[in-house]
Every structure is written in structure tokens, then in C-alpha cells.
Design a protein around this ligand. Structure first.
Ligand code: G3H
Ligand code: 13P
Ligand code: NA
Ligand code: ZN
Length: 328
């Protein structure tokens, strides 16, 4: 059954668990997530980026979500727009049946100037008004995702920030978070604590200098009733890197966000945990393996079925680790 982000995260807060939000672009990823959820009785957040919507087509995506909901009537399902960049993206998502949208008004901000902040407040507030009129939820974002390890030299799109900004300018400021939630009335708030999108987050297992979980704790202390969201939360497991590289891949050694740090976040108000890279890596590692081990194979299903199974396994593991399992 369909559920909004607000309904789902209220339940998660009440019962002290977190919910992974997995990105989808195609049928196989949707099937993998729902199969995992059904195995462990977990509620689901499926999210689609703007890129996913243009890849799959809005009509195709909407009917796919309808189909998944019909196939798994007992699994609560929230369909969420990931990183909406303007009002139109959020409005059309809702029109296509999304029950939740992210209005990422921090996307345009290179650093935390007053004008950037006001732009973010204003556009997020407009989307909240619109979404709440029709019963959809809204996630906002404050702060700049990007590696502290690289001196803050990464923007969310992977491009460098002009002139590099300080650690304080990247991490979400707790005072500003309080003000932002009050001014926008968002249902959930994405915060920056040192993670970045994609596989290359850290060059070694992150410590408190580069992964600032203290910021999460401080914001939760100040905003105990706000659902917090962690982006860039793939763990980039070593075994998935190894499979990828064993079968002809050339992925430099990298480190993601340790699951125990996410679990610590969940103890401090983190309710939604965004994961895309781990699922991508699980699937494409299998593509490499099948292509390497059976060079005569040309039936796509022989690639896609085991890839789906690998994605199902990582989704199931995250449902168990985040305490989502058993809460459908
Ligand atoms: O926010 C990033 C997500 O991993 C979606 O990525 O824009 O390539 O679909 P994408
Ligand atoms: P990862 O690249 O760490 O999976 O993060 C995904 C994300 O934050 C989507 O919004
Ligand atoms: Na941001
Ligand atoms: Zn993100």
C-alpha cells in the first residue's frame, strides 16, 4: 500500500529504526527492492532521481510503481523524488503518483551565503505548501555534501567548488537547521556531515575528522522531532569492490560510510538513509562476472537475474542492519 514519507518516518521514529531509500531506474531494481522487503517484512522507500525519470520515462516509472504496489500489497511503499531541483520537478513527480519529494534548494549553493540560504528557504517553503495541499511529504536539504578529506573540494555533482570552502561551510550548521525547519515546515531534513555521492567517498576507513557524526547528534539534540536524512550513505563494501575488480573491473580502492556509523546516526534521529552506489555496484559486479565466466552468453536475463539477486541481498542486509525489518 502507498504511504507518505511523513507517515513512514513518524513510525520509524516512534519505533527507533531507519529506512534505507534505494534508487531505481528500471524494473529489475524495483523487483529486487520489493523482494528483499517481502523477505524481511520491511516498509520501503523507492526513490527516482531526475536522471532516472528521464531514463525510464515518467509513464513507465509510474506504472512500474503501480505494479510493484499491486504485487506486494502488504508492503508499505513510499515513492520519493530524489534531489528535485525546482517546483516543476516536484509537482510533476506528485502528478505521477510520488507520495514524497525532495526539494533540494541547496543544489545551487556553492557556499553558505545569505542569498543562497534565502533562496533555499523560499523555494523549499513553496514546495512544502504545494505538496501539503495534496497530501505529499517534502524533504529539504541544508549544507553541502562533499568530502572533508579532500578539503571540501567536491561539490555534490563531483565538480570542484570554486576556491574551496571551509569545513564549517560544508557541514550543516545546527542553528541554521533549526531556523530552516521552522521556516519551511519540511517533513524531513537532509544534512551534510561529510559524506558525498558515488563510490569515492574516503581513501581510508573514515574517522571523526572526515565523517562528522557529531553534527548529526547536535542537530538531533536541537531538533528532536525532525526526521534526519543521510545522503551519500553507501558503504561500498569491500567484497563488492573485489568482485568488480576480479572480473576485469578497474575500480581504485575506496571506502564508504561504515554501517556502524549509520546505525549510530539512526540512534540520533536519522530516519532515511540514501543508497544508490551499493546497489549499482552489486549489479554491475555480476554483469562483469557473467560476462567473464560465460563469454558465449547473450541472453540478457542470464545477466539481469543474478544481478537482481545480488541487489536483493544487499537491500535485505540493509533492512536488517537499520532495524527496518519486521516493521511492514
Ligand atoms: O543523488 C544521486 C543518486 O545516486 C542518483 O544518481 O542522478 O545518476 O540517477 P543519478
Ligand atoms: P550513494 O552514492 O552513497 O549511494 O548515495 C546516494 C544518494 O544520496 C542519493 O540521493
Ligand atoms: Na547540498
Ligand atoms: Zn543524494
Amino acid at each position: 500500500a502507498r504511504i507518505t514519507l511523513r507517515q513512514l518516518l513518524d513510525h520509524a521514529a516512534e519505533h527507533g529504526y531507519g529506512v534505507p531509500a534505494f534508487n531505481i531506474n528500471n524494473m529489475e531494481q524495483g523487483l529486487a527492492i520489493m523482494e528483499a522487503a517481502a523477505l524481511v517484512d520491511a516498509p520501503v522507500i523507492i526513490q527516482a532521481s531526475r536522471g532516472a525519470r528521464s531514463y525510464a520515462n515518467d509513464i513507465m516509472l509510474a506504472k512500474m510503481i503501480d505494479a510493484l504496489a499491486e504485487m506486494y500489497p502488504d508492503i508499505p511503499l513510499c515513492m520519493h523524488q530524489d534531489h528535485g531541483n525546482d517546483e516543476a520537478t516536484c509537482a510533476t513527480a506528485i502528478r505521477y503518483g510520488f507520495t514524497s519529494v525532495m526539494m533540494d534548494g541547496s543544489l545551487k549553493a556553492d557556499a553558505k551565503t545569505a542569498a543562497d540560504y534565502q533562496y533555499n528557504v523560499d523555494i523549499t517553503r513553496r514546495v512544502v505548501d504545494m505538496a501539503h495541499w495534496v497530501g505529499a511529504s517534502v524533504e529539504g536539504e541544508l549544507g553541502v555534501l562533499g568530502s572533508l578529506e579532500h578539503g571540501g573540494g567536491e561539490q555534490e555533482d563531483g565538480h570542484g567548488v570554486e576556491g574551496k570552502v571551509s569545513r564549517e561551510q560544508l557541514l550543516t550548521d545546527p542553528d541554521q537547521a533549526v531556523e530552516f525547519v521552522r521556516a519551511t515546515k519540511v517533513d524531513a531534513l537532509a544534512i551534510a556531515m561529510g559524506t558525498s555521492h558515488g563510490a569515492y567517498k574516503f581513501s581510508r576507513k573514515p574517522d571523526g575528522d572526515v565523517l562528522a557524526m557529531k553534527v548529526v547528534e547536535e542537530i538531533h539534540r536541537r531538533l528532536p522531532n525532525t526526521h534526519l536524512v543521510m545522503h551519500g550513505s553507501s558503504s561500498v563494501p569491500q567484497d563488492l569492490q573485489d568482485i568488480f575488480n576480479e572480473f576485469g573491473g578497474a575500480m581504485p580502492q575506496t571506502f564508504g560510510v561504515p554501517v556502524e556509523e549509520i546505525v549510530r546516526g539512526i540512534k540520533h534521529g536519522v530516519r532515511k538513509v540514501n543508497i544508490d552506489t551499493d546497489c549499482r555496484l552489486a549489479m554491475t559486479g555480476v554483469f562483469r562476472k557473467v560476462a567473464t565466466q560465460n563469454k558465449a552468453e547473450f541472453d540478457p536475463r542470464k545477466f539481469l537475474k543474478p544481478a537482481m539477486d545480488a541487489m536483493r541481498d544487499i537491500c535485505k542486509l540493509r533492512f536488517e542492519q537499520f532495524g527496518t525489518a519486521g516493521n511492514a
